[in-house]
Design a protein around this ligand. Structure first.
Ligand SMILES: NC(=O)c1ccc[n+]([C@@H]2O[C@H](COP(=O)([O-])OP(=O)(O)OC[C@H]3O[C@@H](n4cnc5c(N)ncnc54)[C@H](O)[C@@H]3O)[C@@H](O)[C@H]2O)c1
Length: 461
């Protein structure tokens, strides 16, 4: 089974009326990919062909589907409803695609197709019989099941969102090999026992790292490596906030030259941001997150029930990132939708070379303020201020950020903040590259140092 759609097509499979043709372009747009509707790509009159019998249709559809799946450029493909009947198509799906079954209630599907001219939807009894026949085939061919666009995107990124998912962690960690649980002392005390129970016999060891940013140190990773007893069939499960998943993810990236890991984010920051997308890192004296690796988690398990124990102070950090994501998406987003937004951007640009940088909206200013405050400024507050500056420079009304986050100017040294901003990696030559927000969404643009400094100054009291 494929774990995600990195480098693979997203193949939408399912019965007539499941929404494959409707959803394919929507998923493709979010992932920045082309989309292909197999019914159209056949280039034949399907109805006329079916008049000659289903065999005649399959003789054209099967090889054409395999051909489309063989193309190297990953796309989003809406498969014909019966394509998975073919063994050759199933083999091509297994090697080239991440297949998502669009689950639909048979009554809803019939309502959608009863007035269409589809050859296999002429009478309800046949339609229902066919649905019963095909269900097991779909189930066997699919890597995941989804019911909406966000669901397809989350599945394609290996992200599982479910209230109460922690209790099913043992099933959600891919494979059957041993598991090492990595967490911090606070989270261990609250959710550790439930995670251990859920992991059952697969759990071979539990490791506690320091809480918060203190985990992101080389000596912490070294100690973890020295404690681990996994072989290459093993998986590291990281249960905690962004600091914990960043550190455990990096440990997994390098241990035995890379073992799989599963992120179970327990903070709002983690669930909408840090746990997703495979960026792992630790800090060094020269700066935060300067040593790391791209190591996409085998699965991300998002259980919003875990947030119930999160202190308000920590929740506010996550709110800033969620509001940032809403600004980028241009619409209101709950945790699941915000996670899906980040998942799509990361699938689109896993190595952070282009569109993924949109996630840095406001962060150039935030990092500068944090550095000038010797990191004694909560990241969420710095991001809220950074969003104000980014919106002002974009010529947009900052009212939504004021209403949601109420950022207050901070007392830091103006020159130190400016120097920190200039050291930021986004600088090219004299102009400063920023993520800004237009009517059609985010874009990258170079702005003059004078403009940027003026915007920074408004954030400082
Ligand atoms: N890799 C990425 O893409 C990415 C993105 C954003 C942020 N980050 C990183 O994430 C880190 C910040 O992560 P964070 O904001 O999640 O905080 P955190 O991981 O530092 O955790 C903060 C505190 O919350 C506690 N905690 C965690 N879950 C809890 C729960 N459910 N109930 C009660 N207490 C709980 C922890 O024990 C800790 O004391 C930063 O180091 C940042 O660089 C990484």
């Amino acid at each position: 089974m494929a774990l995600n759609a990195l480098g693979r097509h997203v193949a939408l499979v399912g019965f007539m009326g499941a929404g494959k043709t409707t959803m394919a372009p929507m998923v493709a747009e979010r992932l920045g990919r082309n989309w292909i509707d197999m019914d159209e790509a056949l280039g034949v009159d399907i109805q006329a062909l079916f008049e000659q019998g289903e065999e005649a249709f399959r003789a054209i559809e099967d090889p054409r589907t395999c051909e489309v799946l063989a193309a190297s450029e990953p796309a989003v493909i809406a498969l014909g409803g019966g394509a998975v009947k073919s063994e050759a198509v199933r083999a091509a799906l297994a090697s080239r695609a991440f297949s998502v079954l669009l689950d639909v209630d048979v009554d809803d599907a019939w309502e959608r197709v009863r007035t269409s001219d589809r050859p296999l939807a002429r009478d309800e009894a046949t339609f229902r019989r066919l649905n019963d026949e095909r269900r097991p085939l779909y189930g066997g061919a699919a890597d995941a099941v989804a019911a909406d666009v966000d669901g397809v995107i989350l599945a394609a990124g290996g992200v599982h969102h479910e209230l109460g998912a922690l209790e099913r962690l043992g099933e959600l960690v891919p494979g059957t090999g041993p598991v090492a649980l990595v967490t911090d002392s606070t989270v261990m005390g609250i959710h550790g026992a439930a995670a251990q129970t859920a992991l059952g016999d697969r759990l071979v060891s539990t490791h506690e790292l320091p809480r918060g940013e203190a985990a992101k140190q080389l000596q912490v990773v070294e100690r973890l490596w020295s404690e681990l007893r996994l072989d290459r069939a093993g998986t590291i499960v990281a249960l905690g906030g962004g600091s914990l998943t960043d550190t455990a993810g990096l440990a997994a990236a390098l241990y035995l030259r890379g073992v799989p890991w599963v992120a179970v984010p327990t903070t709002l920051v983690g669930q909408v941001d840090a746990g997703i997308g495979g960026k792992t890192a630790i800090d060094i004296p020269q700066g935060k997150n300067l040593v790391g690796a791209f190591h996409w988690p085998a699965r991300v398990v998002i259980d919003e029930a875990l947030l119930e124990t999160l202190p308000e102070r920590e929740r506010r950090q996550g709110e800033a990132e969620r509001i940032k994501t809403e600004l980028l998406a241009g619409r209101a987003l709950d945790v699941r939708a915000a996670a899906a937004y980040k998942t799509a951007l990361c699938l689109r640009d896993p190595r952070d070379r282009g569109t993924r940088q949109w996630l840095n909206l406001g962060h150039t200013f935030a990092h500068a303020l944090e550095a000038a405050a010797d990191f004694d400024l909560p990241h969420g507050e710095a991001v809220a201020l950074g969003l104000l500056a980014a919106l002002r420079l974009s010529g947009r009304d900052p009212a939504p950020v004021v209403a949601a986050l109420d950022p207050q100017p901070v007392e830091v040294d103006r020159d130190r903040a400016w120097e920190a901003l200039l050291r930021d990696k986004k600088r090219s030559g004299e102009a400063i590259n920023l993520v800004l927000l237009g009517d059609d969404g985010p874009y990258l643009e170079a702005r003059s140092p004078d403009e940027v400094r003026a915007a920074l100054d408004t954030l400082i009291s």
